[in-house]
Design a protein around this ligand. Structure first.
Ligand code: PNS
Length: 161
């Protein structure tokens, strides 16, 4: 049986913290599906097509990764893709409450799907898509925190090219 994990998120945009989780996740799973939440009430900086493209570019040389989008319940999507696991990264204690809630709700909705957490790499403990966007918006240097394609897109977006 192929061990397939869904790695869901907004990825607005993908960061090196996300890349690290996927690379380490591939030591546990045969395949990881990076699943971008599509229609949501959230406001996104990047349209979904651009988020897909940035993720695909970031994982260009890494096999066994699929990039996809999903709507509706995550567990329904995981079942549709024959994935047994939901993969999530965990940073500081501040992530715990939300992740705990999400994992327990998903478990209640689909007991056959397990959530697996990987602790973030120490280098990425303070990074998030939101804080990176904020720094980039005001001209802060975010090199090394995001894949090069994302750095470029953020500069274009905020007119600092
Ligand atoms: O990166 P994020 O924004 O923290 O990711 C959140 C995400 C996409 C994992 C979560 O919002 C999600 O799974 N949304 C889909 C709806 C769903 O299944 N929610 C959980 C059970 S109610």
């Amino acid at each position: 049986m192929q061990r397939v994990a869904v790695y869901p998120g907004s990825f607005d945009p993908i960061t090196n913290g996300h890349v690290d989780i996927v690379e380490r996740g591939l030591k546990l799973f045969d395949k990881i599906i990076v699943a971008i939440l599509h229609n949501s009430s959230k406001e996104f900086l990047f349209p979904v097509e651009e988020r897909i493209e940035m993720i695909e570019t970031s994982f260009k040389n890494i096999p066994n990764i699929e990039v996809d989008t999903f709507d509706g319940l995550l567990v329904d999507y995981a079942k549709k893709k024959n994935a047994q696991t939901i993969l999530r990264g965990m940073r500081a204690v501040s992530d715990f409450e939300y992740e705990f809630q999400l994992a327990l709700m998903n478990r209640r909705l689909a007991r056959e799907i397990q959530t697996v957490f990987l602790m973030t790499g120490l280098r990425w403990i303070f990074t998030s898509s939101s804080i990176i966007k904020e720094a980039a918006r005001y001209g802060g240097n975010i090199e090394g925190m995001v894949p090069p394609v994302v750095n470029k897109r953020l500069k274009e977006k905020f007119g600092k090219n």
